[in-house]
Design a protein around this ligand. Structure first.
Ligand code: 4NP
Length: 149
């Protein structure tokens, strides 16, 4: 799960998808394309909306996406088109590119819809982001369970 800072959107996506998959079978991690927040916990507004919905994401710490992750993970989800383009530039084979998709393709196929960046907005933006990610992750979890049956 990849966004820009790894403090707002992708920590939510990590927590939400993890909660929908068997922890003994799947590893879910998140990262940012940027490195400004490396080592920091998620934004308090992300922690708060997750807590409200029953998830504890407070122990996560931000990391920067590294090209080697293309080899280490089977699927890589970008939160928005800008993250997608930055990740695409780091891929060095068609096989790696095939692992990459925009998260909301799961619920809006072919529409290129972004998870909006809630960083400069208020708490309602975080609730909207949570619900979008949650809907997409429900579909993705089902697809993963079928694909890796
Ligand atoms: P995120 O949000 O990509 O969802 O973690 C952002 C967090 C921090 C910044 C930008 C976006 N920033 O510019 O510091």
């Amino acid at each position: 799960m990849v966004c820009l800072g790894n403090i707002c959107r992708s920590p939510l996506a990590e927590g939400i998808l993890k909660d929908k998959l068997d922890p003994n079978r799947f590893i879910v991690e998140s990262a940012g394309t940027g490195g400004w927040h490396v080592g920091n916990p998620p934004d308090p507004r992300s922690v708060a909306i997750a807590k409200k919905r029953g998830l504890d994401i407070g122990d996560q710490r931000a990391q920067q996406f590294k090209a080697v992750f293309f080899d280490q993970y089977d699927l890589i989800f970008a939160m928005d088109q800008s993250n997608f383009q930055d990740l695409k530039a780091l891929a060095n084979s068609q096989e790696q590119l095939n692992k990459l998709s925009l998260l909301l393709e799961a619920i809006f196929p072919g529409e290129g819809v972004d998870v909006p960046d809630p960083y400069y907005g208020g708490a309602s933006g975080f609730a909207e982001v949570y619900d979008l990610i949650d809907r997409a992750c429900s579909v993705i979890a089902q697809e993963i369970n079928e694909k890796f049956d």
